[in-house]
Design a protein around this ligand. Structure first.
Ligand code: SF4
Length: 425
């Protein structure tokens, strides 16, 4: 790569989950630290970095498509380079160079120091860090607190690409939250593929303890956590949600299927009875809590009766939000060795059935809030009408029929509700 007088510019591109968002933000900090400008538009960039996902084939296809576009971008100006990291790097490693000859670097996002050292060598004296990070006006940030996953859900590639669980220390997390709040952030989401398995490596402090420490950061208004495993749900965690002023009343607890036999094939390690008990406890301890879940339809061997189990669980629990996806096999997982035997049309029909049922439930639950007062963290203004919008503590998108400044927290009365959002004045 050729470096000019200006700081070399990096264009960051990302797909996938919130963990990738957090990794991308961390990479931006590392680039700035060594003197590379991480906020460049593609046409101005010297280096394009793709933070990829391998959880679904669709995400890999997107990265492959982007690499195709970047091949032309690279040829348009000498000195440009392309790097790839994230889950595709972990899954495929150096074999990616043969598949995508335009690639210059593949590196492990969890251990980016070696890559940064190579960039420093390549640019020689042309880099002088740190450069200031692009000005941000974000109010919310993701903070990874535990990497990897020790579960072995049969459909999931995460344990193979992200490795075993490794928690960060409480003090390290609290220090990062403190820096984010100094930079204007008022809401953090503590992240992990199995976040409620968090344990400080030295003291053993659990997620509830970590949340208590994060709660002490002056200026922080809200904290959330994602994604929890039902079998790690604890009474201490529910108590933390109830008692800590910054802890939002929202629990995302993926159930994946409403049938015990399907859960066994998925190796989820809980029964529906156990799952229901956790939700009952959550609603008893935190009556205002919003519950959301993830569902997979059309998993290997899913019968009509098993799918009906999922539908009846949704009717019974009445989640506030449901994220549903049709099963797609991932090479390298245990489920990949099973026949993917639910026909695509049937998967699609089941997906639509879940969406349609949940739309009615979400609308009913949101409409039950009519006339109630909600606390809204104002996140911005609508592009078309300039109306302020934000989220409630239960994570419901809310439009405000009155003036409010982004970053402020307002209390407003719900005057309208649909399945997807509230309007409050
Ligand atoms: S708990 Fe989540 S990340 Fe871990 S294996 Fe299961 S689905 Fe994958």
């Amino acid at each position: 790569m050729v470096a000019g007088a200006r700081a070399p510019r990096v264009h960051l591109w990302q797909v996938g989950c919130q963990m990738n968002t957090a990794d991308t933000e961390a990479l931006a900090e590392q680039f700035a630290e060594i003197g590379l400008w991480p906020g460049a538009a593609l046409e101005d960039a010297d280096l394009a970095v793709l933070v990829t996902c391998a959880v679904r084939q669709h995400a890999e296809d997107k990265a492959a498509g982007r690499l195709g576009e970047l091949a032309k971008w690279k040829l348009a100006r000498p000195g440009r380079a392309i790097a790839l990291t994230g889950c595709m790097a972990a899954e495929h490693g150096g074999t990616l160079f043969a598949r995508f000859p335009q690639l210059d670097y593949v590196f492990d996002v969890r251990d980016a120091d070696g890559f940064m050292a190579r960039l420093r060598d390549l640019y020689g004296g042309a880099v002088e860090g740190p450069v200031p990070l692009p000005a941000g006006d974000r109010l919310s940030a993701y903070v990874p607190v535990i990497h990897g996953c020790n579960e072995m859900c049969t459909y999931c590639i995460v344990p193979f690409v992200r490795g075993r669980e490794r928690s960060r220390g409480v003090q390290e997390v609290v220090a990062q939250v403190g820096r984010l709040v100094e930079g204007g952030v008022v809401e953090v989401t503590l992240l992990g593929q199995n976040v409620n398995s968090y344990h400080d490596p030295n003291t053993g402090t659990d997620l509830a303890g970590l949340m208590a420490a994060v709660d002490g950061v002056p200026g922080l208004r809200r904290q959330r956590f994602l994604t929890s495993h039902p079998r790690n749900a604890s009474a201490a965690l529910l108590a933390a949600i109830r008692e800590l002023p910054t802890a939002c009343e929202h629990l995302h607890l993926p159930v994946q299927s409403g049938s015990d036999s399907c859960l066994r094939r998925m190796k989820r390690e809980y029964t529906l009875r156990e799952y229901r008990l956790v939700l009952d406890d959550a609603r008893r301890v935190v009556p205002e809590i919003a519950l959301s879940t993830d569902i997979i339809v059309g998993f290997c061997g899913e019968t009509e009766a098993e799918f009906e189990g999922t539908m009846s669980l949704l009717r019974e629990v009445e989640f506030d939000t449901v994220h549903v996806q049709a099963y797609s096999p991932r090479p390298g997982t245990a489920a990949h060795r099973r026949p993917d035997d639910v026909p695509p049309a049937e998967k699609k029909a089941r997906l639509q059935a879940v969406l349609s049922l949940q739309r009615q439930i979400s609308e009913r639950r949101n409409r039950s809030l009519l006339g109630r007062t909600v606390e809204v963290l104002v996140e911005g203004r609508g592009a078309e009408d300039g109306r302020p919008y934000g989220r409630t503590r239960q994570n419901r998108v809310t439009w405000l029929e009155r003036a409010a400044i982004p970053g402020s927290v307002v209390h407003a009365t719900v005057i309208d509700a649909t399945a997807w959002q509230l309007t409050a004045a």
